[in-house]
Design a protein around this ligand. Structure first.
Ligand code: CU
Length: 97
């Protein structure tokens, strides 16, 4: 029963393509934005938008496939690590379609 419930939860959180929004503190200018973008692109996230004023990083995952909750969590963690490596503090990732 626990396994079934777990499976259901995983499937119900699946999405077609996905957009990640990550609040990031510490960035103040365009060179901050480009440092964050470079780090994410190096980590294989190609579609990155940084809004310095709103302190928000948006990453679009273009593949038209289903992502499990676990896959989204893994990608989110990787994004946060890459942002941290660039020298900035990332908050929790919010996923939308
Ligand atoms: Cu800066």
């Amino acid at each position: 029963m626990k396994i079934l419930l777990c499976l259901f939860t995983t499937i119900s959180f699946s999405l077609f393509a996905a957009t990640a929004q990550i609040p990031v503190s510490g960035m103040t200018c365009t060179s901050c934005a480009s440092a964050i973008t470079k780090s994410l692109v190096r980590g294989d996230f190609q579609d990155v938008k940084v809004d310095v004023e709103k302190k928000m990083v948006t990453v679009i995952i273009p593949e038209k496939k289903l992502f499990s909750k676990m896959e989204l969590d893994e990608m989110g963690t990787k994004m946060k690590v890459l942002i941290k490596e660039a020298g900035y503090q990332a908050s929790d990732v919010t996923w939308t379609k």
